[in-house]
Design a protein around this ligand. Structure first.
Ligand SMILES: [Zn+2]
Length: 414
């Protein structure tokens, strides 16, 4: 009896009521004329048979917003769902929705009927991930509601004034856009220390809307960071069928063998310009570079490689050693936590989160200590030559230059 269908955006009456109000008034008049005890639910894809069904019960709707630490089971119990029905619901839903993906802020709506118990259940994980369960003949039938996503190309430009998160949100953008920017510039900009007030950021991106509301972005196609310390241009280019990356105006990839910094700039990283520049130092037990960052800041693998060591050390605290190609090794010290999946022997990608900044071992405050060795000898992470992965040439470079110029003259006025 289980089924997964793509259905119309039905049953979501609250948010769309206004839009359909005039129709609703007319329909309500008809319905009231037919049956005074009738009721009306306005649906996006109005189906006349809904109105004919006078036996459909009026549901009592209860909303629940997922809190941290919640499990679906616990939520069902808390919300007064009959245990037997709760079990059936989890069983049906679990067939295609992974409930370990349950996150704080997700919305759950319960439609209770006095006699039948939980008759309807709507789980909204995001504006485009909405699941609806309906009790039919003692089983829950599941539908994923089809949502129309509208994409609009946009040029976004802003100056850094306070924090990159705050500056973007103040012009109506979503924080997720910062992650996309940081991700593209991870080889060139240390967002803890390089940005300055007045730096100008310009980018082209598709904005995604659901019911007129911005909810996400597509891939950033072009990005210009024009700063006092760093200037960087990034343009997305497919150099092979289905394979692409970001290149600067000369056709060199932004991607290099090593990232600029092992600490990932996130929302908890506070204002820019407040952090000290990374410091290179040489002590008896301690050679490398210190990156000051709040406890819990994610730590990136500087390059792809294999986990050689994951251990606690009297000096280094919680530490990770990665082995890379061409005789390189990277050391990450004083971590508060390791990434849960991390084990010696496993492969990690460049920019994969391997742990979190802390102050374990011999450490005076929250920071990440990074050491890089090449064939057993220390190299300075701040001064080492980091090799570009790809340089476009020949016909590819011509194609790239043409695409870059036509985009920039049309969008960036250059
Ligand atoms: Zn250090």
């Amino acid at each position: 009896m289980r089924q997964l269908k793509v259905a119309g955006h039905g049953g979501r009456k609250k948010t769309t009521f206004k839009r359909y109000f005039p129709i609703a008034v007319i329909l309500a008049a008809i319905v009231l004329g037919l049956s005074l005890s009738g009721y009306l639910i306005v649906k996006d894809n109005y189906n006349p048979s809904d109105l004919a069904d006078e036996s459909a019960p009026l549901l009592d709707w209860v909303e629940y917003v997922v809190e941290s630490g919640d499990t679906l089971e616990a939520i069902l119990i808390k919300s007064g769902v009959d245990p037997d029905q709760g079990y059936k619901l989890i069983d049906s839903l679990g067939k295609f929705w992974d409930f370990t993906k349950i996150r704080p802020g997700h919305l759950i709506e319960f439609g209770f009927d006095e006699r039948a118990g939980l008759l309807e259940f709507v789980y909204t994980a995001s504006p485009v991930d909405i699941f609806q369960a309906r009790l039919v003949d003692d089983t829950y039938e599941i539908e994923q509601l089809a949502v129309k996503i509208e994409k609009r190309p946009a040029k976004i430009q802003f100056r850094l004034e306070n924090s990159i998160y705050g500056d973007l949100v103040s012009i109506g953008e979503l924080p997720v856009l910062v992650e996309k920017i940081v991700d593209i510039l991870a080889w060139d900009i240390d967002f803890f220390s390089d940005p300055r007030e007045g730096d100008l950021v310009t980018l082209s991106v598709n904005k995604k809307y659901v019911e007129g509301k911005l909810y996400d972005y597509g891939r950033i196609t072009a990005l210009e960071y024009n700063g006092k310390i760093v200037k960087q241009s990034a343009f997305y280019f497919e150099f092979k069928e289905g394979e692409g990356g970001y290149f600067d105006q000369t056709g060199k990839s932004l991607a290099r063998n090593f990232l600029k910094t092992p600490v990932k700039f996130t929302r908890i990283s506070s204002k820019f310009g407040m952090r000290k520049h990374p410091v290179t130092h040489q002590l008896k037990h301690h050679y490398g570079t210190d990156y000051a960052a709040p406890v819990g800041t994610p730590v990136w693998a500087m390059a792809g490689g294999t986990v050689a060591r994951k251990a606690y050390d009297k000096y280094g605290g919680n530490m990770i050693v990665l082995k890379h190609s061409k005789g390189y090794e990277t050391y990450y010290l004083h971590l508060s936590k390791f990434a849960p999946h991390l084990k010696p022997g496993i492969r990690v990608r460049q920019k994969e989160v391997i742990g979190y900044v802390g102050t374990t071992g011999r450490s005076t405050g929250p920071h990440l200590h990074l050491s890089i060795k090449h064939h057993g000898k220390h190299v300075d992470p701040l001064k080492m030559n980091k090799v570009k992965e790809i340089t476009l040439a020949g016909e590819l470079l011509e194609k790239f230059t043409k695409a870059y110029r036509s985009h920039h003259s049309a969008n960036f006025g250059l």
